[in-house]
Design a protein around this ligand. Structure first.
Ligand SMILES: [Zn+2]
Length: 259
């Protein structure tokens, strides 16, 4: 029987950072993988040179590049306003519910409750997808949140240090439960390691290659995206998830579990 995975994120690039490894792994095993992104990221960073096309249009192409790199189906963008997902949260949940009913995914992936960076759109997608999943007649399907735990930060810090690249990753504080950082800025949230229910070994080079598709967004991150393949394989070679709904049977190292 054909298996299906659906990745639900806010902006082009969230899918690659959050779940690029899982998408590539399962697509290679013959799973049909879909990416449904709420916005085209039209008010995101823009590290391109001036005089190019509209950022949103460009990021749609970057997302298509990432989907192809990962072996996913052509991505779908729902067209909600970048930075304004919260104001449309019921409509967003309704669109995701309709997508669940249409595709009947065995596995749904989205942000955990920190939103990874605390971005308001990420938090809204976490809520909308969770609500939609709860309303859906899931019949054995599973919902997972993609995590950015201490284990991941420690590994990145060690790799960068070994390569002689200074890193502040080790010093990131663990998330304190507040939805917005005290200074109002966005930044990575370290999730507690005990949230991890599922650890996946993935192709870190392919995940890095998908992140690279989003070149309009690559400012300071470009350094670690440019790392040699053997380092990327280690840096991006593990993904961590938290099972949020569905049976835990066989899910320690496999999002599809054993039933
Ligand atoms: Zn985002």
């Amino acid at each position: 029987m054909e298996r299906t995975l659906l990745a639900c994120y806010a902006h082009p690039d969230d899918e690659s950072y959050g779940a690029g490894g899982a998408i590539a792994k399962y697509a290679a095993e013959g799973v049909r993988c879909y990416i449904v992104t709420a916005t085209s990221g039209e008010v995101g960073l823009d590290h391109r040179s001036e005089g190019e096309t509209e950022l949103g249009d460009h990021r749609i192409e970057e997302l298509a590049c990432a989907a192809e790199t990962l072996g996913a189906e052509p991505p779908v963008i729902l067209g909600f306003p970048d930075g304004g997902v919260e104001g449309h949260i019921e409509d967003v949940a309704a669109r995701y519910l309709a997508t669940f009913e249409e595709l009947r995914p065995d596995v749904v992936l989205t942000f955990d409750k920190t939103g990874v960076t605390g971005h308001a759109d990420h938090l809204a997608i976490h809520r909308a997808v969770t609500d939609a999943f709860q309303q859906w007649d899931a019949r054995g399907s599973r919902l997972f949140y993609s995590l950015l735990p201490r284990a991941q930060f420690s590994k990145l810090a060690r790799l960068l240090e070994d390569a002689g690249i200074a890193s502040a990753f080790e010093n990131f504080p663990e998330w304190d439960g507040s939805p917005v950082p005290p200074d109002g800025s966005y930044g990575p949230r370290v999730t507690p390691d005990d949230w991890i229910t599922t650890t996946l070994e993935v192709d870190g080079v392919k995940k890095r290659d998908a992140i690279r598709c989003h070149h309009s967004q690559l400012g300071p991150e470009a350094a670690f995206v440019a790392m040699p393949d053997d380092m990327a394989a280690l840096a991006f070679g593990t993904e961590y998830y938290m099972l949020a709904a569905g049976s835990s049977s066989g899910t320690e190292a496999d999002l599809f579990g054993s039933d």
